[in-house]
Design a protein around this ligand. Sequence first.
Ligand code: SF4
Ligand code: SF4
Ligand code: SF4
Length: 305
Amino acid sequence: MSKARIATEWLMVCSGCHISLLDIHEAILDVLAKADIVRSPVLADVKEFVPADVGIITGGIRNEHNIHVAKEMRKNCKIIVSLGSCACFGGTPGLGNLYTREEIFDKVYYPGNCMGVDNPLGREPRDDVPPLTEKVLPLSSVIDVDVVVPGCPPVPELIATGVMALLNGEPLNLPNQSVCEPCPREKSHEKITELKRWYKSAGEEIDPDKCFLEQGYVCVGPVTWGLCDARCTKVGVPCRGCHGPLNPDPVEGTDPGLDTTSFLGTLASQVGVEQVMEAMGNDPVSIMYQHQFAYSKLGKLKEKK
Ligand code: SF4
Ligand code: SF4
Ligand code: SF4
């Protein structure tokens, strides 16, 4: 039986998702027994787009070149997998949609505003580089996507399981659970009486076995898709929602931040709005939509000033 062909590509990325692909360790042997990797920016120096059975794309859309690459992959691959929260939801770069493209250029390149860029003449890299899109977009905004695997990055075990399911022609049954399910921290379900910012934990004794929320720290595990085996809370860090909402395919009219919004509303009814806002650093968007702002109605609809 001939082997399947896998192609991978990255768009607007930090490259962490592709590194997670490499981190599947010995499971790569099972994959290579069934498939050849015919194109991959980290594994194979192939410039042209080649036909493949499975195309794995990491990263969202931030410039015109990203759109070109996404469309070429769609043309050449039978199945497209959107891997990682940047591809699925726009990821943390999607928070850039709080600003217009011009505001971002001003912030980075205007003399005096520059963050880490010495640019006394205020030159902007507008020539010979692909123009930025108006907004950060999830991959599904520009091409049809067949399989969605979120995470920042997705855990290697999930990637290995997902790829093998595709190669074996089996359904990819992802658990329908929140991060609280695999999280081993004790939950007493008592009323929460205090909320505070995570940085205030410095110097405080944190019970390693008790739920973060019940110790007063914001953890969005209850409204986050638990595909990661609670890898952050197990090592002492509250969940920041990188796998997105439990239902990552919101129907028309719903919004991926709604669960978090209603969750924070419940907390506000227990400790007061002021404490919830303070615990979020008065920056609710970065807690409610840290990885999915570009996928939300709010992130898409922000008007250009
Ligand atoms: S989802 Fe996270 S790890 Fe993957 S490319 Fe985006 S920022 Fe990097
Ligand atoms: S620490 Fe977070 S993920 Fe774990 S049980 Fe509490 S709220 Fe849920
Ligand atoms: S615990 Fe939360 S932030 Fe950490 S990997 Fe899982 S979903 Fe992402």
